[in-house]
Design a protein around this ligand. Structure first.
Ligand code: SAH
Ligand code: SF4
Length: 449
């Protein structure tokens, strides 16, 4: 979502004479788009601001200047506290106000006097109206935000406070944007939302559409070959969405479905509103609808009160499901959330130990999944040139990066590829209709995409 927001900020500023710079040190305007989800992410902002302060000084020494802004959820949560702690900051604005950037920049320098700006209110609808008018970057793949905010209030999480209440964009707006993306050459759309499967957009006929209905309609748009959505909340996976996985060929067989823990006691303390058994039953239902679906998830270890047995229940759930990919985190106490005030906070060292054990298991599952892809033929959507000469990179239906030898002409095409080797995070292969060379090039294990 932050990547999406950053791209939109660039779109909004382009008509005002701004262009993207590769190096922050050379920029007239630096926007730090921040994340508040864990303490580490939030603290990074201040070290980065220290660096920007020095870059600003260097520019001033050479007669230029630099405006420094902090955007995103740290900005939303801390507001003018950021300027108090880091006076170098000129502007602070939250994830729901960045569409006002041109106006904020104009206000900053009005009458030649510098006024600090802090904007952290929640005019979501106004934001999307402005964004729709601003146009968007178009590559082969694109994000499309359909829903924002969250009303779930998991006890550890800041999102409901920083991104605000759940809001679904009206169906007509979403479809218009999808059609515009398709016309600009986009082949794959990822529908975005904090709780994307809780989507309930106004349809104009007085009713609301679910995400499943929306997906079926987007699948009708000519040019759109692939649809994905993220992130989903388990208890919002309704029948309509699950059956879309069986019925809509454009909907990719890959689903990010965070579970957080395999212990009912911990899930309850987290206010997750589902048990481990309910999650497993849901996975069964989804796999019945779409047997080749691959699953990914998020996990938190060391939640307050989590004991060895709870942690083992998480390992057991992972064994039972078998994930293609996953993100796992040490619990991070966030100011103002209920869990931060719970008793039995877990020692950092214990959290690290549990995380290492969990990650070992998840990494082994990811490796096994990638290894099982070797020898198969996948439809690959090619997105961009690779790092090596005469190499291009695309994505498998399961979102794995896939490298083949080929030229840029293939970008935007979907081609059948025989997978010949796998690394930790990526695959390589050759067009399935081409005869095997004497030796397929193997990629080194652990080589990033
Ligand atoms: N809405 C999505 C996820 C949003 S946050 C969902 O509910 O699945 C992304 C992930 O960050 C979460 O799934 C969770 O695993 C992790 N996370 C959120 N708050 C955290 C915290 N306080 N400490 C550690 N991890 C956290
Ligand atoms: Fe945070 Fe996701 Fe829970 Fe909402 S559903 S509170 S975003 S973890």
């Amino acid at each position: 979502m932050n990547v999406y927001d950053s791209e939109r900020m660039a779109d909004i500023l382009t008509p005002h004479g701004y262009s993207l710079s590769d190096r922050a040190d050379d920029a007239d305007l630096v926007i730090l788009n921040t994340c508040h989800i864990r303490e580490k992410a939030a603290e990074k902002v201040y070290s980065e601001l220290g660096r920007m302060r020095r870059a600003q000084q260097t520019r001033r020494d050479h007669g230029a200047d630099m405006t420094i802004a902090v955007a995103g959820c740290v900005a939303q949560a801390e507001g003018d506290e950021i300027i108090r702690r880091a006076p170098v900051v000129d502007m602070v604005f939250g994830p729901q106000t960045y569409h006002r950037l041109p106006e904020m920049l104009a206000r900053l320098d009005r009458d030649g006097a510098r006024r600090k700006i802090v904007e952290t209110d929640f005019p979501v609808e106004e934001k999307f109206d402005t964004l729709s008018a601003a146009g968007s970057h178009a590559g082969v793949t694109a994000f499309l935000t359909v829903q924002e905010g969250c009303d779930k209030f998991c006890t550890y999480c800041v999102v409901p406070y920083t991104r605000g209440a759940e809001f679904s964009r009206p169906v007509a707006d979403v479809l218009a944007e999808a059609r515009r993306l398709a016309a600009a050459g986009v082949r794959e759309i990822t529908l975005l939302g904090q709780n994307v499967n809780a989507y309930h957009g106004e349809a104009g006929d007085g009713g609301n559409w679910t995400l499943g209905r929306l997906i079926r309609e987007i699948a009708e748009i000519s040019g759109i070959a692939r649809i994905r959505y993220t992130t989903s909340y388990p208890s919002e996976m309704d029948h309509d969405l699950i059956s879309a996985h069986a019925e809509v060929p454009q909907l990719m067989p890959y689903l990010h479905l965070p579970v957080q823990s395999g212990s009912d006691r911990v899930l309850e303390a987290m206010n997750r509103r589902h048990s481990a058994a309910e999650y497993l039953a849901l996975v069964d239902k989804i796999r019945t609808a779409r047997p080749d679906i691959a699953l990914s998830s998020d996990f938190i270890v060391g939640f307050p009160g989590e004991n060895r047995r709870d942690f083992e229940a998480t390992l057991q759930l992972v064994e039972q499901v078998g994930f293609a990919q996953a993100y796992s985190f040490k619990y991070s106490a966030r100011p103002g959330t209920p869990a931060a005030a719970m008793p039995y906070q877990i020692e950092e060292a214990e959290k690290s130990d549990r995380l290492a054990v969990l990650q070992q298991l998840l990494t082994a599952q990811q490796r096994a999944f990638n290894a099982a892809c070797v020898g198969k033929d996948f439809d690959i959507l090619f997105e961009k040139p690779g790092r090596a000469a005469n190499q291009i990179v695309g994505r498998s239906p399961y979102l794995q990066p896939v490298h083949i030898e080929g030229t840029a002409e293939l970008i935007g095409d979907i081609t059948k590829v025989r997978i010949t080797a796998h690394g930790a995070n990526s695959l390589s292969g050759r067009p399935a209709d081409r005869a095997a060379p004497a030796h397929d090039v193997a990629i080194r294990a652990g080589t990033p995409a």
